[in-house]
Design a protein around this ligand. Sequence first.
Ligand code: PLP
Length: 496
Amino acid sequence: MLYVSTRGGGEKLLSSEAIIKGLSDDGGLYVPEHFPQITLDVINLLAAKPYSQRAAYILGVYLGDFTPEELESQTDAAYNSGGFAVPEVAPLRKVSDDTFFLELWHGPTSAFKDMALQILPRLLTSSLRKTNESKEVCILVATSGDTGKAALEGFRDVPGTRVMVFYPRDGVSDVQKLQMTSQQGSNVNVVAVEGNFDDAQNGVKEIFTDEFLKEWAREKGFFLSSANSINWGRLVPQIAYYVSAYCDLLNSKEIQLGDKIDFCVPTGNFGNILAAYYALRMGLPINRLILASNQNDVLSDFINTGVYDRNRQFYTTVSPSMDILISSNLERLLFELSGKNGEIVSGLMSELSKNGRYELSSDMRDALANIFSAGRCSEEETLECIAKAFKEQDYLIDTHTAVAYNVLQKYRDGNNQQQPCVVVSTASPYKFSESVLIALGQETIGNGADLIDSLFNFSKSPVPMPLSGIRNAVPRFEKSVAVADMQAAVREFLQS
Ligand SMILES: *Cc1c(COP(=O)(O)O)cnc(C)c1O
């Protein structure tokens, strides 16, 4: 299995090389040359296995230069060694006859980014060994809140690596910020950026394309790499939980082998739902993928109209990890919709950088509409949805998951055909305690730790361990920089 760039640059890489490089020299993202197929028989076999072995299988069909033993030991270390609080790793919770929540937040940072970032450092360090790379890798991350902490936890004290996280100063919750600024480990650094997530992400992208800075880093013995969801090593572990959810529905006899199901996914950078699309292309029986946007509805508009237009107001919402107007991973979907045509993708991407907008051809639009549906959830609807799920289903959900649940309800109102649907639950409600308390009509007094206590006292839903410890967290990193000074911050970190 080889990897090519979405912009058609012509190079073909092994998976280890694609994971190390992150972004292609032509500015494109790495994608597999073709999709390996997963048969119903294999799905049936995987259903009898624990999560770590399901994941090892999925990784194995994509990462051709890793041995099965290597992947089994890595998924075992990532998912079974105590980082995840439940043995199922990604449990399914049934809330009604045909609605299930896939809880992806039982890892060390209580959000779904752990699913990939607990394993990425292992994939990356063995990729380095495979390619005989001796330089130290410096991971740069732009985060809308959850990726940053998950990367810090994943890479902390991993030999041969450093990790540096940039977060938008006013764009993350209290708890998210404290989780990051209190990070332990000798190889980590955290910096606030005076801007929003897109500013931070663009700043990191510029660093990656700055040959002068990269050369400087090489001389210092480092090479720069990305743990953002554009890295192939982030995406491939995410495919596993879609397959795993299907296996669990089979095991609980909710469906029969071959039955099609829907997935509804709260979306920001288009990474999570892209993994669902890859699962579909591999042959997992999926009927529709329902994309859910918050008030920043650039993606739901795109699905519904075929026009991507980022020339619109940016909103800071109660689901901050979805406050994104430039969804990097969408480029990978465009590549598939165009029939793997790098020229078309390059054209669309240059329109995007020139005009902030592009429009799909009617062929590509049809291909999109065949698989995806989309909806948008307002701030008010997000809070109403949390209250309703708690009242009617006795189920406490976070703001991002609520966006998806609300969009699913709207989708079902407009469609007679009813499939079982898995709503992808991306964060613990305690990570966004303030908004959840407001949704439930409760007072919000005190700091992040007080709010977690209040929410527990009201809901009696268990608090994940990593969040119950936040009261004692002490900030280590207080630095804040302008976007233009991000490069200087990287230099300073690498010289320390
Ligand atoms: C990152 C994140 C999302 C968005 O995921 P994408 O892969 O960027 O679409 C949704 N919810 C939570 C809680 C997140 O952390």
